[in-house]
Design a protein around this ligand. Sequence first.
Ligand SMILES: NC(=O)c1ccc[n+]([C@@H]2O[C@H](COP(=O)([O-])OP(=O)(O)OC[C@H]3O[C@@H](n4cnc5c(N)ncnc54)[C@H](O)[C@@H]3O)[C@@H](O)[C@H]2O)c1
Length: 414
Amino acid sequence: MIGLGFVGLTTALGFSDKGYKVYGYDIDLKKNEQLTKGAIPFYEPYLVEKLNEHLNKNFVIVDDLQQAVENSEMVFICVGTPSNTDGSADLRYIFEAIKSVVSCIKKQEFKVLVIKSTVPPATTSKKIKPFIESLGMKVGVDIGLTNNPEFLREGHAWDDFMKPDRIVIGQEDDKSGQIVEKIYQSFDAPIYRVTLNSAEFIKYLSNTLLATLISYANEQSLIAKSIGDIDIKKAFQVLHLDKRWFGKPANMTSYVYPGCGFGGYCLPKDTAALINESIKNAYSPEILISTLKVNNRMKEYIVNDVASNVNEKEKLGILGLAFKPNSNDVRDTPAKAIIELLIQRGYTNLIAYDPMAMEEFKDAYSLPIEYAPNLHSLLSEVNHVVILTAWDEFIKNEQSIIKKQVFDYRYLFN
Ligand SMILES: NC(=O)c1ccc[n+]([C@@H]2O[C@H](COP(=O)([O-])OP(=O)(O)OC[C@H]3O[C@@H](n4cnc5c(N)ncnc54)[C@H](O)[C@@H]3O)[C@@H](O)[C@H]2O)c1
């Protein structure tokens, strides 16, 4: 497993749990060291327990890539694919990782490379395959090449990986696809072996639909506000009762619910990357362009709404910094953009509280704001609060929070 972030570590531990011997390698040696001590650098339920159960048994963390590759039949690439400034996917980590892996493989061994990172459709066939061949390996003959997109959600990574809805394997040659299918046999989920481009497309189909649903719900909430006298929370609750979409156990309701815009490591960058890819192929994807536009507009709307109600000299409480509850991930979190916009508008007296993500937010963005040690301490200092993450702690403390003027952009309270 190359790259031991949310996806790589979960995948490594998942396969260890299924009885496979997994070698984990991350270029970040500090991360390796922390993991080797049984600690993980982010919050994700069950992972610490699983790490300590399998560490140095089925799961071995190595500093030497050669050792990991030599002993493995398959090599999963799970490195990051962030956005470039034009929205396209930055593939440099993928190419660097592949280059180092390929240099450890001897031709006669036929190992299968599995691209688990999210990469735009046609990346494996049009960019990765020629790249591997430029390194002197014939794909399908000397080395196998597949992709295997991951659908896990942060905060539910373990359950999503162990009990997936579907397993998608993109392949060009049957032999490679079969090898990857074999290790998924003990998972109770349908396995789809499709072309390389289809597998990548299926992942973007999923993420961009989720992004579009969120922007749809947000746009509806703005329409409702502009009309007035509409109980937005109730309206969505009633919508959710339509069993064609939301019958149990299916549950997409959290995506069709207004908030302050989507964030995190997947939906914003993956939507931008598919737009970029599509435009490069001479098709302008209007719905997705609008999905991102509405997502950005939500942040401006929120800041305008606050600005028309609260004087910028007043102290303002920000509740929630993580991009979603039960996570300390602050990558592309709406809170960052909203706080920056508030500061630009002259709100320099901001105090924030998040049950889990304060250190991460502080380290990632160094914004000039105060951090409260707990919810009650924040509430004791402000008359106005802006809710940006739907944490349970806020719902449980509704009675204390509603004593303040609340900008409930997660529609938590009645
Ligand atoms: N986070 C999610 O919820 C999620 C869900 C599905 C898919 N994905 C996709 O999976 C991929 C990984 O996401 P993540 O959230 O796990 O990222 P992450 O940033 O948490 O982890 C990536 C890891 O790769 C390591 N790395 C980079 N270059 C390396 C190299 N050459 N060799 C070894 N290690 C290297 C980094 O040090 C880092 O630890 C991305 O493409 C992402 O879009 C993420």
